[in-house]
Design a protein around this ligand. Structure first.
Ligand SMILES: Nc1nc2c(ncn2[C@@H]2O[C@H](COP(=O)(O)OP(=O)(O)OP(=O)(O)O)[C@@H](O)[C@H]2O)c(=O)[nH]1
Ligand SMILES: [Mg+2]
Length: 151
């Protein structure tokens, strides 16, 4: 997801991320280097490699695509079990809060079994990339993690 827009308006015809993209985001005095990794099944084997050594992992879920929540839970738990990623703070983002038919943040926490993820700090926010809802909270969360832990 292009969580941080680059000066443009939200557009529905985004292109799926092929492989990964790198973006830099500035917030206060913090420069955040973001790796946006493709979510399609063929890119999932790359996830672990790109998450190694990072300060924080963001896992973005489509809260309107209720049928895929189980697959999301399996993928999330599988990557969280990688020893190389132990202890890295996790922020789960339930995206598309602007849509009517969706799960709530509490339902998402249950559906993804976030309470079953150990050995790290886990947070979960509802957001809308389209309407830019709650994106400031995401940036603040990231800035806080950057300050807390220098790798
Ligand atoms: N209604 C709504 N649609 C959104 C929102 N964010 C993204 N979309 C739409 O969802 C679709 C997928 O968005 P992407 O940003 O490509 O999703 P992605 O997770 O990056 O997908 P990959 O790059 O394949 O991993 C696009 O059609 C977007 O327009 C949102 O907040 N609300
Ligand atoms: Mg993408």
């Amino acid at each position: 997801m292009g969580l941080v827009k680059q000066g443009g308006d939200f557009t529905y015809d985004t292109i799926p991320t092929i492989g990964f993209n790198m973006k830099r985001v500035q917030k206060n005095n913090v420069s955040i280097k973001c790796w946006d990794i493709g979510g399609q099944p063929r890119f999932r084997p790359m996830w672990e490699r790109y998450c190694r050594g990072v300060n924080a992992i963001l896992f973005v879920v489509d809260i309107a695509d209720i049928e895929k929540l189980q697959a999301a839970r399996e993928e999330l738990h599988s990557i969280m079990q990688q020893e190389s990623l132990e202890g890295i703070p996790l922020l789960v983002l339930g995206n598309k809060s602007d849509l009517e038919v969706k799960v709530s943040v509490d339902e998402l926490i249950d559906a993804l079994d976030l309470k079953g993820i150990d050995h790290r700090e886990v947070s979960c926010y509802g957001i809308s990339a389209k309407e830019e809802t709650n994106l400031e909270a995401v940036l603040s969360w990231l800035v806080k993690r950057a300050n807390e832990l220098q790798r």
